[in-house]
Ligand binder design. Structure first.
Ligand code: HEM
Length: 66
């Protein structure tokens, strides 16, 4: 799958997971929707960072340049 489409899919899934996390946060139970989508969200955030790793490195090295 081309990267822009993969990025788009990852970000849409992150947005949907985030909405479910917030809507289920107040009556959260172990193994329920909140914790399930909470862990899915954590995995998607890590994947999002990996897909933009070059960007992270270049912004960070620019930031510390004199
Ligand atoms: C980005 C926002 C959030 C993420 C990614 C997130 C993620 C998670 C995860 C992964 C767990 C399961 C922990 C485990 O396996 O032991 C969890 C549990 C819990 N979260 Fe969140 N959470 C978020 C926001 C909130 C908010 C705003 C509230 C309350 C207003 C909340 C209340 C709880 C409670 C009470 C539990 C324990 C019960 C359970 O395991 O479902 N969370 N959360």
């Amino acid at each position: 799958m081309p990267t822009p489409k993969l990025n788009y899919l990852v970000d849409i899934l992150m947005a949907i997971s985030f909405i479910i996390i917030i809507l289920t946060a107040l009556n959260s139970q172990r193994g329920g929707l909140h914790s399930t989508f909470g862990w899915i969200f954590v995995a998607l955030v890590i994947l999002h960072f990996l897909l933009h790793w070059k960007w992270v490195i270049s912004i960070t090295s620019n930031f510390f340049k004199k």
